[in-house]
Design a protein around this ligand. Sequence first.
Ligand code: DAH
Length: 345
Amino acid sequence: MSLSERIEQLEAEINKAQARTAEEVERFRVAMLGRNGAVTELFETFKQVAAEEKRALGQRMNQLKQRAQSRWEELKAGVSAGAAEAGPRVDTSTPALLRPTGSLHPITIIRQRIVDVFARIGFTVSQGPEVEDDHHNFSALNFPPDHPARDMQDTFFVEGPGGLALRTHTSSVQVRVMEGSKPPIRTISPGRVYRNEAISARAHCMFHQVEALYVDEGVSFAELKGTLDYFAKSMFGTEVSIRLRPSYFPFTEPSAEVDMSCTICGGAGCNVCKHSGWVEIMGCGMVDPAVLANCGIDPERYSGFALGMGVERIAQLVYRVPDLRLYWENDTRFLDQFTAGSVRS
Ligand code: DAH
């Protein structure tokens, strides 16, 4: 076969070459342009032909090589276009990507748990506004006009007429409920409250409270104590106990602070309980008859108890997170650590 015929033959071969896979493309390249490929070998033969023939066939030889290269590019492009059409290959054996799903805020988790614990003994949920008037936040709750809690230090007042302020506690909702319904009343009010405090690890200008109110005929202090014990054991475990310390709130009489045996050291003494074995968890008392009367409920016939707790305080004890500021920074590295299931019941 003459060189010229061989060139023709290879041209025909190159033009009809097909490839369905990357391997077949590579096989074509090796067969034509590889070190021992047909085109490469033909160049070796070409080196040995007479100078005259070289002149005559040199251009065709170069065209042959170019054609082999361009066909190789075409085949490559065809295979990758086909691969794109077929869509990405799915390797079902690779581990699934863990997508960030978000989670409930720890304060939400604890608030829901508190609501659940009270719902089980028949308490409904009531809500009130965060911007409150003096009557609901203070006056009806028996705060005398010169009471220090009304001081600019504690309260964020809202500019403008009407004497409005950001509520300093959820006790304001008690007043709204008692004004708006008849006993028996058994309700809790979770919500956000505001106080003009410098922000530190131990205090914040915004926090959350849950208030509970029970008003009916013959409600006694013993029922209050039973409810407190039930709450503490439901929230923290049956091994905890509570104690009451006499205290003062304008809207309850008698009033008490509730301490719980320290969940961290079990009562032996540690930093959290300041080596006393007890931690304070809320305030409580029997609704002052004057407050009942202020809200249109006959104190001769009805009595009631009330209690109020800080949700952050309960969360601190459940999660052992001492710095209050963490609950407001919303750093996802902090928030990701909490799941509803991790709360003890
Ligand atoms: N309102 C009180 C506070 O913010 C908490 C409180 C104490 C609520 C005693 C009550 C209660 O209902 O009886 O500090």
